[in-house]
Every structure is written in structure tokens, then in C-alpha cells.
Design a protein around this ligand. Structure first.
Ligand code: GDP
Ligand code: MG
Length: 438
């Protein structure tokens, strides 16, 4: 998926703004990448439509290239697709919280029971596991062993008792012991069948669980979304747990579940160890899929800056008042966004800058700061004063410990910047370029 998307961004290199025409090809790449990641066609269609609509109307953000903008739009849309926010688990208002786990055979239900117990214990909650898979003695043994491993009690009643009875007995036992969370393991089948669904309905009826979570294997791709939908219609679930995400390189399962079934993924399993269970963060997942965390935070910060400062800055530039205070502020904003080297690294296509060049750029920034700090407040506001007076420049050079030439260079740079920014503002306003004489 990541490589497929990569070629989409590459097609926008050199473009000035996103238009209906220049996004057509990248959008085809994105569409293909999603389909290859096993996202279902209707979901892909809606996704591509929504991204295209937004991209065409997005306008220019200062310092952000169109390909970066498209990355950001796709990222936001991916998050939305996966439900936006983290879906927290719900807890019962009184009495034990009951979590019923369902799912096909081998998806990781029994493992999830113990992982969940370990997860809750870390939050200071007491847990009990209930062995509701009565078809194989080995299943009960497995849960017992895992329970020991994470140090929580396991309620078992052998293989001759109905799962719904075991569930009820286990729940009563937990209530007596003032346990906070009861986690009920159930039997899976290789495929959905009526007996399994009936059994789950039975267990659900007697337990009235707070959460009914369907455990799905991420390797099943878009089939995962279909499973969640079916289980939801049949027994009614509150969410899903996506397991084996450590082995899934495609991510398609995570993308479609919410959109197709209407139910959120609440947790993900990323390995066989007991610690390998975590909440499902749509934003992190989207970032992982895009593999471009740096570009994303860069665009986000640029957009924030844009909103906060653009108006103020624009006024100043239009009246040619961009002074050394603004210059300093800009420089520091860049520093806030990460050191120069990081910012440069964030910009695709700029990664070939050598470390020596980066060190040079950083040193230049520091020099600028030192020189500006040696100016009087008045000089900072009115750089013309310095431009007109060699004596003042000499003083600044002496106080900052830099050469007169460096001071002159910085002043020239500020005036160049005024011109450049004025030009840029003209472009951003969609107006014609202003004449360059001030
Ligand atoms: P159940 O039949 O649904 O109860 O599945 P199990 O809990 O017995 O798990 C089946 C297999 O999947 C076991 O070998 C687990 O160790 C393995 N497994 C479970 N969760 C994960 C996971 O998140 N990542 C990986 N790599 N393996 C897992
Ligand atoms: Mg099992």
C-alpha cells in the first residue's frame, strides 16, 4: 500500500496547486493501492471521491507542496474511514463488567482473553477468565495455562456443561469475589455456522455482557469486514479486536471494518506475547499505512502556522513592514518545527542534502539570531536605519562578534525577503504579481 501511494505523490512533484486534472492520475494510483490492500470496492469508491473533492478545493498553504497536501488529505480521510477517534471499552456501572469474546477458530480469542486480563490488571482492575469453549479439553487447558501466566483466576467447569451455564456460574463466582472484569472465552468454528451463532446468542442472553467483541484475524483482509457485519447482524456486537496485525502487511482489514459494519475496532493484537494488545488508534494506523509521519506533522504544523500568523504577516508584508522581529519569529518557528536538519529531511526530494550542508544551515541560523539580538529594538523595527548607517552596522557587528560583512548580508537578506514574500502573497491571493519596485 505504501509503495502504491508513493507513486501517487511522485506524480505531483513540480505542480503548483492541486487541480482536477493533475490529481486524476495520482487518484488512480491511490485507488489501485487501496484495492490491492484488500479494501472493498464500494469503500474505495467513496474514499477516492471524497479525497478528490477536497483536494481540488484546498488552495495553497504557504510552504507546503501539493503532493504533501494530498498526503495530508488522504491521511485525514483514512482516519475518518477508520472511525476517527479511539473507541474506548465500556465498563458496567455496577457489578462486574462482562466481556464476551466471539470469533472463528484460530483467530486468537483465547490469547486475547489473557491479554485483556493482563491489560486490565495494569489499570488496577481485578479479572477472571471463564472457559466457555467446551469442545476441546485442550482449549480449557490453554486458558488455564495463560491465566496462570498473567496471574488471574480461571473459572472452568469441564466439557460436559453447556457454555451458557458455565458463563452464568462464572459470572456468579466473580460477583461473589468482587471481581471487576469477567472475560468469557467461547468456541470458534472454521466457518460461520448456525450452531455457533445459537450458542453465542444463548451465552449473550444469560450474561447480558457490557461488551461483545468479535475477534478477527487481520490476515483475512476485507473478509474481516464481512465477518464483523455478519456477527453484528446475528448476535449484536459492540466492536472488534483485530489480531495478528504484526503479520499483516496490507492493512486492508483495519480500513474497511468500521465503514462496512458500522462497528469500531477497539483493540489490536500485534504479537503472541501478553503485552501485545493495545487500543486501536485510527491516526497511528493511518500514519503507518502512509509511512509518512514526518510529512504529515510538517503539513499540520505549516497549516497551524498559516492560520495563526498569516493575517498578521500579510498585513506587514503588504505594507512592507516585515522587520527583524518578524524575521526572528519566523526563524524560531522553523526551529520549533524541529531543527533545520529535520525540517529539510521532512521535505520529500530534499533528502539528498549532505550533513555538512545541514550543519552549515544551522550555523547560519544561529549567526542570524546573534546578530539580530545585537540590534536595538528600534533598529529591529526599522531595518532602514541600519541600511543607511555604516556606523550602526559596525556597532552591531562588534556587539554580536560577527563581521560587518555578515551584518550587511543579513540586512540585504531581509530586504530580499520582503520582496519575495510580497510576491508570494500576490500569488496566494490569486491576484497578479505586484510590481517589484518599492
Ligand atoms: P482461538 O482459537 O481463537 O482461541 O485462537 P488462539 O488464541 O488459540 O490463537 C491461535 C494462534 O494464534 C496461537 O498460536 C496464538 O499464539 C496466535 N496468535 C494470537 N494472537 C496473535 C497475534 O496478535 N499475533 C500473532 N503473531 N499471533 C497471534
Ligand atoms: Mg480458543
Amino acid at each position: 500500500l505504501t509503495t502504491g501511494l508513493e507513486s501517487a505523490w511522485n506524480k505531483l512533484k513540480g505542480e503548483e496547486v492541486l487541480t482536477k486534472d493533475n490529481i486524476a492520475e495520482p487518484m488512480r494510483d491511490i485507488r489501485r493501492a487501496l484495492l490491492e490492500a484488500d479494501v472493498s470496492l464500494p469503500v474505495v469508491r467513496r474514499f477516492v471521491q471524497s479525497v478528490s473533492d477536497q483536494a481540488v478545493g484546498v488552495g495553497v498553504v504557504r510552504g507546503v507542496k501539493p503532493d504533501q497536501q494530498l498526503v495530508k488529505i488522504v491521511y485525514d480521510e483514512l482516519i475518518k474511514l477508520m472511525g476517527g477517534e479511539v473507541s474506548e471499552l465500556t465498563f458496567a456501572k455496577s457489578g462486574p463488567t462482562v466481556i464476551l469474546l466471539a470469533g472463528l477458530q484460530g483467530v486468537g480469542k483465547t490469547t486475547v482473553c489473557a491479554k485483556l486480563a493482563s491489560y486490565f490488571k495494569k489499570q488496577g482492575k481485578s479479572c477472571m477468565l471463564v472457559a466457555g469453549d467446551v469442545y476441546r479439553p485442550a482449549a480449557i487447558d490453554q486458558l488455564t495455562i495463560l491465566g496462570k501466566q498473567v496471574n488471574v483466576p480461571v473459572y472452568t467447569a469441564g466439557t460436559d456443561v453447556k457454555p451458557s451455564d458455565i458463563a452464568k456460574q462464572g459470572f456468579e463466582e466473580a460477583k461473589k469475589k468482587n471481581i471487576d472484569v469477567v472475560i468469557v472465552d467461547t468456541a470458534g468454528r472454521l466457518q460461520i455456522d448456525k450452531a455457533m451463532m445459537d450458542e453465542l446468542k444463548d451465552v449473550k442472553r444469560v450474561l447480558n455482557p457490557t461488551e461483545v467483541l468479535l475477534v478477527v484475524d487481520a490476515m483475512t483482509g476485507q473478509e474481516a469486514a464481512a465477518l464483523v457485519t455478519t456477527f453484528n447482524l446475528e448476535i449484536g456486537i459492540t466492536g472488534a479486536i483485530l489480531t495478528k496485525l504484526d503479520g499483516d502487511s496490507r492493512g486492508g482489514a483495519a480500513l474497511s471494518v468500521k465503514e462496512v459494519s458500522g462497528k469500531p475496532i477497539k483493540l489490536v493484537g500485534r504479537g503472541e506475547r501478553m503485552e501485545d494488545l493495545e487500543p486501536f488508534y485510527p491516526d497511528r494506523m493511518a500514519g503507518r499505512i502512509l509511512g509518512m509521519g514526518d510529512v504529515l506533522s510538517f503539513v499540520e504544523k505549516a497549516q497551524e502556522m498559516q492560520q495563526e500568523e498569516a493575517e498578521d504577516l500579510q498585513k506587514k508584508i503588504m505594507s512592507a513592514k516585515f522587520d527583524f522581529n518578524d524575521f526572528l519569529k519566523q526563524t524560531r518557528t522553523v526551529a520549533k518545527m524541529g531543527s533545520v536538519s529535520r525540517v529539510i529531511g521532512m521535505i520529500p526530494g530534499m533528502a539528498k542534502v549532505t550533513p555538512a550542508q545541514i550543519r552549515e544551515a544551522e550555523k547560519n541560523l544561529q549567526n542570524m539570531e546573534v546578530i539580530i539580538e545585537a540590534m536595538t529594538p528600534e533598529e529591529r523595527e526599522k531595518p532602514e536605519l541600519l541600511a543607511e548607517s555604516p556606523i550602526k552596522r559596525k556597532r552591531v557587528a562588534k556587539d554580536s562578534g560577527k563581521t560587518e560583512q555578515q551584518v550587511s548580508q543579513l540586512i540585504a537578506q531581509l530586504f530580499q525577503m520582503r520582496v519575495r514574500m510580497k510576491k508570494l502573497m500576490g500569488v496566494m491571493e490569486g491576484g497578479s504579481l505586484p510590481t517589484l519596485s518599492n
